[in-house]
Design a protein around this ligand. Structure first.
Ligand code: HEC
Ligand code: HEC
Ligand code: HEC
Ligand code: HEC
Length: 446
């Protein structure tokens, strides 16, 4: 798997970094009060529905066409709710309504805002429409087309700051994991919903992007490096997990905690004997269901390179969090609060750090070393490691920090990693470890 994203100018991101990250508190489009006027209000051929990109415009103008033809968020996201699998899920869950009319499904598969904030051209069947990400356009639809209007003014009028990685990650994770109000629970998965995986930088590219981070973009908006986007995505993924873990309502199901917080394959694998190995990062004894810590691990290695002290604090605190699971609810709460506070610090640190090519290589080496110690054997960690390695290689390639030969060797290693992680049903930790070894020898010394 090879995905492309453009490495943006770091300097601009740094200048604007601080103020942009305050967008953290922005209300998500799903919960804000502005009316959603509908995809039909954006799709005119002189607006965002042009067949070809416009040369003279700041934005591509063909966003609607890209979204319709290549983006799974289009009507397809809604339409899957009428397919056989969705019918089965709805039946298994005993839903009163069919899936395409059930709030529990529509909240993520469409722009399911309350009826009083739906404009005349709003159509639920449009799926995850423009305003599900960009915010209800009631106050900015008219003004945003004027060249006099600044991006800041649009934001004040309710445009959601999708360019800001913290705000973007919070938005994506609200559906690609869940938030306090919506979640693919283990019950929904048990009914047949596919497992959910997410990585912000990879998924931003494969959506696919309907925008170009070019010169005028940088003048209008703050930009962030691909590594920053990946790193912040890991931190927000971790925060989403912690918030669910601490949620007294959502985080529990009867006597059990919500099982989507744990490593799926800890339970969903064939029964084996004598395959257990200790993991230093968790300190857990055998026979215990482990929290899914793929995001924790990635974030720890990123932070370690930027601030060694904070990195070791994260290591201590995530280990304590793992161990708290065998101590009881009060201990879990205490440990989760501590990790969350450190995660917030890490987000600020990363958003304002200029990652050099040396940093990036150091992060990858650090992850690979941990993997070779056997700490990333589970499928979720292997999958995140594969996407991380891919991101790093793309960044190095775009920065021309590596030559063609080095790139070729790295790409061969990536192919092996991709092959080892492409299907969780036949995943073998040994095959992944072998791919990691190849990657290790392919990483250049910068
Ligand atoms: C918290 C958000 C969320 C909720 C709630 C949710 N889904 Fe999903 N669903 C997703 C995401 C995200 C994906 C895509 C996963 C991927 O491919 O990475 C998905 C994928 C699917 C797919 C597979 C689609 C395909 O292209 O193969 C089906 C079918 C589906 N969901 C049905 C449902 C049904 C039925 C419900 C209600 C019971 C539901 N979903 C509730 C977020 C959600
Ligand atoms: C799943 C979320 C999502 C959906 C759905 C979505 N966008 Fe976007 N859009 C983004 C992200 C992320 C960016 C890049 C960050 C930014 O510049 O805000 C973006 C950027 C843009 C830009 C800015 C380009 C620039 O140069 O400043 C335009 C215009 C745009 N989208 C229009 C649309 C339109 C029109 C639709 C519906 C047909 C749509 N988007 C649907 C997430 C989304
Ligand atoms: C309102 C909920 C919602 C939001 C917000 C959202 N997504 Fe999605 N996304 C979905 C659903 C539902 C699907 C699955 C659609 C399907 O398969 O039919 C999906 C699918 C995708 C896919 C295709 C996955 C695959 O396996 O084919 C990508 C990539 C993606 N989303 C990226 C993003 C990114 C990046 C963001 C944030 C900018 C984002 N999404 C925000 C609901 C959402
Ligand atoms: C603590 C153990 C545990 C964890 C962790 C766990 N599950 Fe489950 N899962 C179960 C059990 C028990 C069942 C019910 C099996 C049965 O019905 O016989 C189940 C059922 C399922 C089913 C339905 C299987 C079937 O036979 O139809 C799916 C799909 C599923 N889980 C997915 C997941 C995913 C995805 C994750 C991770 C996000 C996960 N599970 C995490 C224990 C777990």
């Amino acid at each position: 798997m090879k995905v492309f994203f453009s490495r943006s100018l770091l300097l601009v991101g740094l200048l604007f970094g601080l103020s942009a990250v305050s967008a953290d508190n922005t209300t998500l489009p799903h919960y804000a009060k502005d009316k959603h006027l509908g995809v039909g209000s954006c799709s005119n051929s002189t607006c965002h529905g042009s067949i070809q990109p416009w040369k003279k415009s700041n934005v591509l103008q063909n966003e609607y066409v890209t979204w319709t033809k290549e983006d799974n968020h289009s009507r397809k996201a809604y339409k899957v709710l009428t397919n056989k699998l969705s019918k089965r899920i709805a039946r298994n869950l005993g839903l009163k309504d069919p899936a395409h009319e059930a709030k529990v499904c529509l909240d993520c598969h469409a722009d399911n805002v309350p009826t009083d904030v739906r404009g005349e051209r709003f159509d639920l069947a449009d799926g995850v429409g423009c305003e599900a990400c960009h915010g209800g356009s009631e106050r900015w639809l008219e003004s945003h087309t004027s060249s006099e209007t600044t991006h800041e003014e649009n934001l004040e009028n309710g445009l959601y700051p999708t360019e800001d990685p913290v705000a973007r990650a919070t938005l994506c994770y609200s559906c690609h994991f869940g938030d306090a109000n919506k979640l693919v629970t283990h019950r929904i998965m048990g009914a047949g919903h596919p497992r959910i995986r997410f990585e912000l930088d990879t998924f931003s590219a494969t959506q696919p992007a309907h925008y170009e981070v070019d010169k005028d973009y940088r003048e209008r908006k703050p930009t962030f490096d691909g590594v920053q986007i990946w790193a912040i995505g890991q931190a927000i993924g971790m925060r989403s997990n912690l918030d669910l873990l601490m949620d007294p309502k959502r985080g529990h199901d009867g006597i059990f905690p919500e099982l989507v917080l744990f490593d799926c394959h800890a339970c969903h694998k064939k029964m084996e004997t004598a395959s257990w190995r200790p993991r230093a990062g968790t300190g857990l004894p055998p026979g215990i269901v482990r929290l899914n810590d793929a995001n924790f691990i990635m974030l720890r290695h990123i932070v370690k390179v930027v601030d060694a002290g904070l990195g070791s604090q994260l290591r201590k605190q995530t280990r304590a969090l793992h161990r708290s699971v065998i101590k009881g609810n009060a201990a879990v709460k205490r440990a989760a609060v501590a990790v969350r506070a450190t995660t917030e610090k890490a987000i600020k640190l990363i958003a304002n750090h200029e990652f050099s090519d040396k940093d990036i290589v150091a992060i990858l080496k650090s992850i690979v070393a941990e993997g070779l110690k056997g700490e990333l054997r589970d499928y979720a960690s292997a999958e995140q490691t594969m996407m991380a390695a891919n991101n790093v290689v793309v960044v190095l390639e775009n920065a021309k920090a590596i030559n063609d030969l080095e790139l070729d060797v790295l790409n061969k290693a990536l192919d092996k990693m991709f092959d080892a992680t492409k299907n969780d049903k036949v995943y073998r930790p040994g095959k992944f470890a072998a791919a990691l070894k190849i990657l290790k020898s392919a990483i250049p010394n910068l």
